[in-house]
Structures are given as C-alpha cells and as structure tokens.
Design a protein around this ligand. Structure first.
Ligand code: GLC
Length: 478
C-alpha cells in the first residue's frame, strides 16, 4: 500500500508538540511493515536546521489556488529511514520569525498547504491508496479532495483518513474566509460551517471516510461535551467511522541502553546508570544529591489542561512528602511565576527551568524516579511512555491515553505500571503521589521490581502501526 501522511510538523525537522513525534515515527513503522509512506509537510525555512536542509533536493514548483489568487509552491524532497519527505515551500506563508503557528493568517497558510498537497499528488502522479491527514492544519485536505480532485483521472479512489491529535485546536474562523480565502463555494457551506464559523476540523470529520484519534479512551471521551470543545454534536453522528489507536514511541530514539545524550547508559539488567543519571541531574540543576529523596519530574507545556492547577494546590504537601520536584516547561505566566516562587521557597528541593529544552527533558526522563502528568484531558500523551522506558514511574490522571497506557499499581491482576487517580481533584492527585512515595521509601524491593516492569513495557509502534494498516486495508477493500 502507498500512504501519504500529511502533517504540519514532524521530527526531526520541525516540532511544537506530540504530533511531530508521531509524524516522525509512525511513517517509519509503516515502512518497516512493508508499505510505502510519503510524509508531506511545510518547508519552515527558519525552523528546519541547515544540517537537514543540506540533504534536501529541490524538485519542482507549481502554482496553487488560494481563493482567487495563485501562489507559488516549491517542492523539496529528502529520504529518512525509508520514508520519503516532501517539503512544500512558500516563503510568504512559511518563512516566519517565531514558532510554527499562532499567526493572524494561519487559516490561509494551512488552506494553502492543504491545497498544495492535493496539487503535489496530482502533478507528481503519486496515486496513493490512502491520505492520512492530521489535525486542523491538514483538515482541508479531504475537503479539497472531495470538492475538486476526486474525479480527476489520476486522483480517483484515494481514501481519506483524518486523525485528531487534539480536539481543542479546530481551525475556527469567520465565515467570510469561505470563498475569498479557502476557495470553497457557497454550496459547500453546510460542510464547513459550525456554530456560525468556518470550522476546519468539523469539515474533515464530516467528509473523511474514517476519523481516528490517538487513544481508544479519547475516542469515546470526545463524544462528551466535557472533552469535545463543542464537537461532540457532530462526532455523535459519526461514531460508525471513528476509532482510537494508541500512539507508540520511537524506541530507537528513546533507549536508555544506547542513548548518548544521557550521562550514563543503563538497562533492565544493569540499572546503576540510572543512579548516575539522577545524581548528575540534581548536580546540573543545583540541588543536593546526597540524600535518597525521590525526584518527581514534570516536563510539559504549562497550560491549564495539563493539570497544573492541581499541582499548585497541593505543592507544599508534595514537598512535605520528602520529594524533590524538577520542572521543565513554559506557558502561562501564572504557572511560570508559581514555579519560580516555589524554587525560591524550596531552593534545595525544587528546580524550575522555563523553556523548551529537549536535552534536559531527556535527562529528566532518565534521572527522575517519578513522572507526574495530572492532565485534565490527554488525547494520548507520550511522556508517560518515554518515562517508563527510562524506568521512571508515572503518576497520572486516568484520562485519554494516560488511562490506556498506565494501569494502576493497585490493580489486582498485577498489571500496574504506575499510580493513577480518577477524579480531577488535587487531593486525589496527592493521594496517588503519596502511594507512589510510600512504595519508594517503604519497599525498595517492590520498587525495583516495578522499575524493571516499567522498562520492559512495550510501547513501540509495532502494534499500533498494524492497527493503522488494518484500517487502511479495510478502506481499500483488501
Ligand atoms: C497532541 C496531544 C497529545 C498526543 C499528541 C500526539 O499533542 O495533546 O496527547 O500525545 O498530540 O498524538
């Protein structure tokens, strides 16, 4: 099968969140299963490093309709791990100074990109069996396919899958964009319109043949208004074509046995390296490393739905349990200020690094004992899986992919990999942290066994890649 994976970001080229990890590892896993996979993404000239750009080959250019205008689109190509990448170039849209998104014209930028993906497929005669479009930025791909391309001679029988990584970001704009910018005629208005706005994600849900999301639990959660950011009303009617596959992680990239970016390597058989990682982490962050206190790691965007109001609420109690807390992330000022303040209140116990520092993130995964993710909602979450691989025990709220990947230590069948709590409540979260800390201090042997189990847990892409392939095959009637 030939699959086109359309995404607005992919590791190792350009990343702002988990989507980039998935787009950087699922295509590779599809190729390993014997299929052909092409990734198409924007050419962010200022973001992609020269070390990658030097391997790009310019192939061609063409013009793309954006409303009544025609915009240039250059095509660059590279290969990595058996996957072909096309980067679509237009400096007006993608040569920006900071970040990948949050510009006033994002709607137009990604309408251009989505239309350009269609043009690429047609001009290059790519004839894929399936296009898997991801999140709102690529949501117009199935829309344009249905409107303008599906009857063209080399564009027939392409199947469309739309994957929701986070339902919070939908691509909502004023109705005036419809014809002028998106080039979508009035007779298609009902597909695009939702709550009096143009809504990219809603349109993709409407017209795609299948809708997937990144964990089975999230696939059911988004039918509930508490999680759906308004889209439950449309999703309820589309349950017949919606499903959830748990993401995996790139187990080559995250491998404590081979990872050269952590201070000492370690494995299930020989865990002394993990102790070194802990000590070096504390030293680097200026925290005392002599005592045996457990280290809780937090690596996240500091935004509300990640559960930081719970952390704020019982922070003193967590420190009171004898824990050190190491935080890395940036986001809302209220949380950045809070963690700065906590660092000043507990200089020997709390460290806060404000920013996005992948190298430090790795050291925290490897050097911490516990990893806290109290998310209000979490479509999948990757950090809990990475932590497990590095023998760091997750403490999570049982929602979305966290629920699907982290069974509780208390489960009678012994399947537990971490500590979970159900209700979005600070005391419940504290209870889970307390249970985790008690095991750490109280039963070293059981703790060691849990760490081993965590490291052995398999969250590679193998299983989920097969699920995607099964879905693609179903669409192709194979
Ligand atoms: C989004 C979600 C996250 C998920 C990731 C990859 O960033 O918020 O939960 O793991 O996408 O699918």
């Amino acid at each position: 099968m030939k699959i086109i994976y359309a995404t607005s970001e992919a590791q190792p080229f350009a990343a702002s969140g988990g989507l980039a990890d998935v787009a950087g590892s699922l295509p590779k896993a599809l190729v390993e299963e014997g299929h052909e996979c092409i990734v198409v993404m924007p050419y962010y000239v200022n973001t992609i490093k020269d070390s990658h750009k030097k391997n790009f080959k310019y192939v061609d250019n063409f013009y793309v309709s954006v409303g009544w205008r025609a915009q240039y689109c250059g095509v660059f190509q590279t290969e990595l791990n058996g996957v072909t990448y096309y980067f679509l170039d237009n400096e007006y849209y993608f040569k920006r100074d900071w970040g990948l998104y949050s510009y006033y014209d994002d709607g137009e930028r990604f309408a251009f990109f989505s239309r350009a993906v269609m043009e690429l497929i047609q001009k290059f005669d790519l004839r894929p069996d399936v296009i898997n479009a991801n999140d709102w930025q690529c949501a117009l791909i199935p829309v344009y396919y249905n409107l303008y391309y599906r009857n063209n001679y080399n564009m027939q029988n392409i199947h469309t899958v739309f994957t929701i990584h986070n339902i919070q970001y939908q691509g909502r704009y004023g109705m005036e964009l419809l014809e002028e910018i998106l080039g979508i005629p009035q007779y298609y208005r009902s597909v695009m319109e939702y709550d009096r706005d143009v809504n990219f994600m809603k349109a993709a849900i409407e017209v795609s043949e299948k809708v997937t999301t990144v964990s089975p639990t999230y696939a059911t959660e988004i039918l509930d208004p508490w999680f759906s950011h308004g889209l439950d009303r449309i999703l309820k009617g589309k349950e017949y074509k919606t499903c959830g596959f748990l993401n995996g992680i790139d187990t080559d990239m995250y491998d404590p046995e081979k990872d050269a970016t952590i201070p000492a390597k370690f494995s299930v058989k020989s865990k002394t390296g993990k102790k070194t990682c802990k000590q070096k982490l504390l030293e680097e962050l200026g925290l005392p490393s002599e005592d045996d206190a457990p280290v809780i790691g937090l690596v996240s965007r500091l935004v509300e739905h990640k559960g930081f109001d719970l952390v704020k609420n019982v922070f003193d109690e967590i420190v009171g349990l004898g824990c050190k807390v190491v935080i890395l992330g940036s986001g809302e000022a209220q949380y950045e200020n809070f963690f700065n303040e906590m660092h000043y209140r507990y200089p020997d116990k709390v460290s806060f690094t404000c920013g996005y520092v992948p190298a430090l993130a790795k050291k925290i995964y490897a050097g911490a004992d516990m990893f806290l993710m109290p998310s209000k909602s979490e479509p999948c979450g990757l950090a809990q899986m990475i932590s497990l691989r590095y023998g760091t025990i997750p403490v999570v709220r049982a929602t979305g992919g966290l629920k699907d990947s982290i069974p509780d230590y208390g489960e009678p069948d012994g399947s537990g990999l971490g500590f979970t709590f159900q209700t979005y409540n600070a005391q419940d979260m504290l209870g889970a942290v307390r249970r985790c800390t008690e095991l750490y201090y109280g039963d070293k042997k059981a703790w060691g066994a849990l760490v081993t189990k965590a490291m052995k847990a398999d969250f590679s892409w193998k299983r989920s890649a097969k699920l995607y392939i099964g879905l693609y095959k179903e669409l192709c009637g194979q």
